[in-house]
Design a protein around this ligand. Structure first.
Ligand SMILES: O=C(CO)[C@H](O)[C@H](O)COP(=O)(O)O
Length: 213
């Protein structure tokens, strides 16, 4: 089994603060995620800046696309994104559009299961369509209401499909090994890193824990 990857979610709205945080964290993670509020606020210029500064990290742009899949995602792949996300609640044609454009650029499409009611069925459908990554995701508002991604991760991993499984939603050092053992191949951490006193040390700790799981 290949080693799990660690992804850091850059969820600030501030352009310069995002770049400064990425400078600290990039050496300690595999994937830099430009979070949804961040990409909406700062646009593709931020992707271009991070792409130029961090050639050794993959970059995920969390577009959470809901319509016009191919059209919306293409400029981001053109500008150097390695992964963009599309909502699992979107029309199947939208999801196919993002998968198609990812394939056209030799990149990856991640289907985010946030708010998908029948996660098992949707996961099988999009895996059959060629989705590269399934995102098991408890959003920030859902976390505030006390939800976690652990049961959903168990369900998706138990399907045994030939896709990568990403997990996001309040993952912290105490839960990293639990999610890797449960089948996550990409572990996402946002607040556990940017909210830490020393974000670089927090990122390094999470990556070490993931690799050792
Ligand atoms: O995509 C997101 C919100 O929609 C976040 O970036 C993701 O949940 C990771 O952040 P955290 O570890 O703080 O939950």
């Amino acid at each position: 089994m290949s080693k799990p990857l660690v992804q850091m979610a850059l969820d600030s709205l501030d352009f310069d603060a995002t770049v400064a945080l990425a400078e600290k964290v990039a050496p300690h993670v595999d994937i830099l995620e430009i979070g949804t509020p961040c990409i909406k606020h700062n646009g593709i210029a931020l992707l271009k800046t991070l792409r130029a500064k961090f050639p050794n990290n993959k970059i995920l742009v969390d577009l959470k696309t809901m319509d016009a899949g191919y059209y919306e995602a293409e400029p981001f792949f053109k500008a150097g994104a390695d992964i963009t996300t599309v909502l699992g609640t979107a029309d199947i044609g939208t999801i196919k559009g993002v998968i198609d454009v990812a394939n056209a650029y030799g990149k990856e499409a991640q289907v985010d299961l946030i708010n998908v009611l029948d996660k098992g069925t949707r996961t099988k459908e999009v895996a059959a369509l060629g989705a590269h990554i399934i995102g098991v995701h408890t959003g920030l508002d859902q976390q505030a209401a006390g939800q976690t991604p652990f049961v959903d991760l168990g369900l998706v991993a138990s399907l045994g499909l030939p896709v990568k499984v990403s997990v996001a939603g309040g993952i912290k050092p105490a839960t990293v090994q639990q999610v890797v053992k449960a089948g996550a191949t990409i572990v996402v951490a946002g607040a556990a890193i940017y909210g830490a006193a020393d974000p670089a040390a927090a990122a390094a700790e999470i990556t070490a824990l993931a690799r050792a799981a």
